[in-house]
Write a protein that binds this ligand. Sequence first.
Ligand SMILES: CC(C)(COP(=O)(O)OP(=O)(O)OC[C@H]1O[C@@H](n2cnc3c(N)ncnc32)[C@H](O)[C@@H]1OP(=O)(O)O)[C@@H](O)C(=O)NCCC(=O)NCCS
Length: 162
Amino acid sequence: MVGGVSTVMIRRLTLDDLETVVALEARNRAAPWTEGVFRDELAAENRIYLAADEEGLVGFGGLMLVGDEAHVTNLLVDPARRRRGIGLELMLALIQAAVPEGARHLTLEVRSKNEAARGLYARLGLVPVGIRRGYYGDDDALILWVHDIDVDEYRERLEGLR
Ligand SMILES: CC(C)(COP(=O)(O)OP(=O)(O)OC[C@H]1O[C@@H](n2cnc3c(N)ncnc32)[C@H](O)[C@@H]1OP(=O)(O)O)[C@@H](O)C(=O)NCCC(=O)NCCS
Protein backbone atom coordinates (compact mmCIF):
# COMPACT_ATOMS: atom_id res chain seq x y z
CA MET A 1 0.00 0.00 0.00
CA VAL A 2 1.37 3.42 -0.96
CA GLY A 3 -1.10 5.39 1.14
CA GLY A 4 -4.75 5.31 2.11
CA VAL A 5 -7.83 6.94 3.61
CA SER A 6 -10.45 5.19 5.72
CA THR A 7 -11.51 2.15 3.72
CA VAL A 8 -9.77 3.26 0.53
CA MET A 9 -6.46 1.68 -0.36
CA ILE A 10 -4.06 3.31 -2.79
CA ARG A 11 -2.06 0.78 -4.80
CA ARG A 12 -0.35 0.44 -8.16
CA LEU A 13 -2.64 0.27 -11.20
CA THR A 14 -2.10 -2.97 -13.12
CA LEU A 15 -3.21 -4.60 -16.35
CA ASP A 16 -5.83 -6.49 -14.30
CA ASP A 17 -7.56 -3.13 -13.74
CA LEU A 18 -7.83 -2.32 -17.45
CA GLU A 19 -11.44 -3.35 -17.97
CA THR A 20 -12.68 -1.34 -14.98
CA VAL A 21 -10.51 1.67 -15.77
CA VAL A 22 -11.55 1.79 -19.42
CA ALA A 23 -15.24 1.55 -18.41
CA LEU A 24 -14.86 4.30 -15.78
CA GLU A 25 -13.02 6.51 -18.26
CA ALA A 26 -15.59 5.88 -21.03
CA ARG A 27 -18.49 6.82 -18.74
CA ASN A 28 -16.89 10.02 -17.48
CA ARG A 29 -14.86 11.65 -20.20
CA ALA A 30 -15.77 13.51 -23.36
CA ALA A 31 -12.63 12.15 -25.04
CA PRO A 32 -11.84 8.96 -23.11
CA TRP A 33 -8.54 7.15 -23.27
CA THR A 34 -8.91 3.79 -25.00
CA GLU A 35 -7.65 0.47 -23.69
CA GLY A 36 -4.69 0.84 -26.07
CA VAL A 37 -3.71 4.15 -24.53
CA PHE A 38 -3.84 2.69 -21.02
CA ARG A 39 -1.80 -0.34 -22.14
CA ASP A 40 0.83 1.93 -23.69
CA GLU A 41 0.95 4.12 -20.59
CA LEU A 42 1.32 1.17 -18.22
CA ALA A 43 4.08 -0.28 -20.42
CA ALA A 44 5.95 3.01 -20.84
CA GLU A 45 8.98 3.92 -18.78
CA ASN A 46 8.89 6.82 -16.36
CA ARG A 47 5.23 6.48 -15.55
CA ILE A 48 3.53 6.01 -12.19
CA TYR A 49 -0.10 4.89 -12.20
CA LEU A 50 -2.02 4.36 -8.98
CA ALA A 51 -5.49 3.02 -8.23
CA ALA A 52 -7.86 3.86 -5.39
CA ASP A 53 -9.45 0.62 -4.31
CA GLU A 54 -12.55 0.27 -2.15
CA GLU A 55 -13.70 -3.30 -2.72
CA GLY A 56 -13.05 -2.52 -6.36
CA LEU A 57 -11.41 0.29 -8.28
CA VAL A 58 -13.04 3.67 -7.60
CA GLY A 59 -10.42 6.01 -9.02
CA PHE A 60 -7.02 6.24 -10.58
CA GLY A 61 -4.33 8.73 -11.47
CA GLY A 62 -1.05 8.85 -13.29
CA LEU A 63 2.16 10.76 -13.77
CA MET A 64 4.85 10.95 -16.43
CA LEU A 65 8.36 11.71 -15.15
CA VAL A 66 10.43 13.92 -17.45
CA GLY A 67 13.80 14.88 -15.98
CA ASP A 68 12.99 16.53 -12.68
CA GLU A 69 9.38 17.26 -13.68
CA ALA A 70 6.31 15.14 -12.97
CA HIS A 71 3.42 15.66 -15.39
CA VAL A 72 -0.02 14.54 -14.27
CA THR A 73 -1.44 12.58 -17.21
CA ASN A 74 -4.82 11.52 -15.85
CA LEU A 75 -6.89 11.61 -12.67
CA LEU A 76 -10.42 10.37 -12.27
CA VAL A 77 -12.66 9.40 -9.35
CA ASP A 78 -15.96 7.53 -9.74
CA PRO A 79 -18.71 10.19 -9.53
CA ALA A 80 -20.45 8.19 -6.79
CA ARG A 81 -17.32 8.42 -4.60
CA ARG A 82 -16.33 12.02 -5.11
CA ARG A 83 -15.79 14.62 -2.41
CA ARG A 84 -14.54 12.04 0.06
CA GLY A 85 -10.86 12.82 -0.27
CA ILE A 86 -10.01 10.09 -2.79
CA GLY A 87 -8.71 12.44 -5.49
CA LEU A 88 -6.55 14.21 -2.93
CA GLU A 89 -5.26 10.91 -1.58
CA LEU A 90 -4.37 9.75 -5.10
CA MET A 91 -2.47 12.97 -5.76
CA LEU A 92 -0.63 12.78 -2.42
CA ALA A 93 0.40 9.20 -3.16
CA LEU A 94 1.51 10.11 -6.70
CA ILE A 95 3.70 12.91 -5.37
CA GLN A 96 5.05 10.66 -2.63
CA ALA A 97 6.00 8.09 -5.28
CA ALA A 98 7.42 10.66 -7.75
CA VAL A 99 9.86 12.46 -5.42
CA PRO A 100 12.13 9.43 -4.80
CA GLU A 101 12.26 9.03 -8.60
CA GLY A 102 13.81 12.50 -8.87
CA ALA A 103 10.76 14.71 -9.38
CA ARG A 104 11.23 18.25 -8.07
CA HIS A 105 8.38 20.02 -9.86
CA LEU A 106 4.80 19.07 -10.68
CA THR A 107 2.78 20.30 -13.65
CA LEU A 108 -0.44 19.57 -15.50
CA GLU A 109 -3.09 21.04 -17.75
CA VAL A 110 -6.65 21.49 -16.58
CA ARG A 111 -9.81 22.81 -18.17
CA SER A 112 -10.39 26.35 -17.00
CA LYS A 113 -14.03 25.47 -16.20
CA ASN A 114 -13.15 22.36 -14.17
CA GLU A 115 -13.84 23.81 -10.73
CA ALA A 116 -13.46 20.49 -8.91
CA ALA A 117 -10.03 19.73 -10.31
CA ARG A 118 -8.87 23.31 -9.93
CA GLY A 119 -9.98 23.25 -6.28
CA LEU A 120 -8.10 20.03 -5.68
CA TYR A 121 -4.93 21.21 -7.39
CA ALA A 122 -5.00 24.54 -5.54
CA ARG A 123 -4.96 22.60 -2.27
CA LEU A 124 -1.70 21.04 -3.48
CA GLY A 125 -0.17 24.45 -4.22
CA LEU A 126 -0.48 24.18 -8.01
CA VAL A 127 -0.91 27.64 -9.52
CA PRO A 128 -1.75 28.73 -13.08
CA VAL A 129 1.27 30.05 -14.96
CA GLY A 130 -0.13 29.99 -18.49
CA ILE A 131 -3.17 29.43 -20.64
CA ARG A 132 -3.69 27.56 -23.92
CA ARG A 133 -6.72 29.19 -25.50
CA GLY A 134 -9.19 26.77 -27.09
CA TYR A 135 -6.99 23.78 -26.19
CA TYR A 136 -10.04 21.63 -25.45
CA GLY A 137 -12.11 23.12 -28.24
CA ASP A 138 -14.90 24.32 -25.97
CA ASP A 139 -12.57 25.39 -23.15
CA ASP A 140 -9.12 26.79 -22.44
CA ALA A 141 -6.35 24.83 -20.76
CA LEU A 142 -4.68 26.31 -17.71
CA ILE A 143 -1.08 25.22 -17.21
CA LEU A 144 -0.45 24.65 -13.52
CA TRP A 145 2.84 24.24 -11.72
CA VAL A 146 4.16 23.74 -8.25
CA HIS A 147 7.92 23.85 -7.71
CA ASP A 148 10.20 22.28 -5.12
CA ILE A 149 7.95 19.36 -4.21
CA ASP A 150 11.03 17.57 -2.86
CA VAL A 151 11.76 20.02 -0.03
CA ASP A 152 10.70 19.65 3.62
CA GLU A 153 8.45 22.70 3.47
CA TYR A 154 6.31 21.14 0.74
CA ARG A 155 6.30 17.75 2.47
CA GLU A 156 5.00 19.48 5.59
CA ARG A 157 2.31 21.22 3.54
CA LEU A 158 1.15 17.83 2.27
CA GLU A 159 1.21 16.37 5.78
CA GLY A 160 -1.13 19.17 6.76
CA LEU A 161 -3.62 18.04 4.11
CA ARG A 162 -3.78 14.42 5.25
C1 LIG B 1 -11.21 16.24 -9.84
C2 LIG B 1 -11.58 14.95 -9.11
C3 LIG B 1 -10.52 13.88 -9.42
C4 LIG B 1 -11.61 15.22 -7.60
O1 LIG B 1 -11.80 13.98 -6.93
P1 LIG B 1 -12.50 13.92 -5.48
O2 LIG B 1 -12.17 12.58 -4.91
O3 LIG B 1 -13.91 14.29 -5.57
O4 LIG B 1 -11.71 15.07 -4.72
P2 LIG B 1 -11.49 15.20 -3.14
O5 LIG B 1 -12.69 14.69 -2.41
O6 LIG B 1 -10.19 14.59 -2.81
O7 LIG B 1 -11.41 16.77 -2.98
C5 LIG B 1 -10.26 17.41 -2.50
C6 LIG B 1 -10.45 18.90 -2.56
O8 LIG B 1 -10.58 19.32 -3.92
C7 LIG B 1 -11.55 20.40 -4.00
N1 LIG B 1 -12.76 19.93 -4.71
C8 LIG B 1 -13.09 18.66 -5.05
N2 LIG B 1 -14.27 18.65 -5.70
C9 LIG B 1 -14.68 19.92 -5.78
C10 LIG B 1 -15.82 20.55 -6.34
N3 LIG B 1 -16.77 19.81 -6.95
N4 LIG B 1 -15.91 21.89 -6.27
C11 LIG B 1 -14.95 22.63 -5.68
N5 LIG B 1 -13.85 22.09 -5.09
C12 LIG B 1 -13.71 20.76 -5.15
C13 LIG B 1 -11.88 20.73 -2.57
O9 LIG B 1 -10.94 21.65 -2.10
C14 LIG B 1 -11.71 19.38 -1.91
O10 LIG B 1 -11.52 19.46 -0.52
P3 LIG B 1 -12.81 19.52 0.44
O11 LIG B 1 -13.74 18.42 0.01
O12 LIG B 1 -12.21 19.31 1.80
O13 LIG B 1 -13.41 20.86 0.23
C15 LIG B 1 -12.99 14.45 -9.52
O14 LIG B 1 -13.92 15.51 -9.40
C16 LIG B 1 -13.04 13.90 -10.94
O15 LIG B 1 -12.77 12.71 -11.17
N6 LIG B 1 -13.43 14.77 -11.90
C17 LIG B 1 -13.51 14.36 -13.31
C18 LIG B 1 -12.15 14.10 -13.91
C19 LIG B 1 -11.24 15.30 -13.78
O16 LIG B 1 -11.66 16.44 -13.88
N7 LIG B 1 -9.94 15.00 -13.57
C20 LIG B 1 -8.92 16.03 -13.48
C21 LIG B 1 -8.47 16.34 -14.84
S1 LIG B 1 -7.04 17.38 -14.87
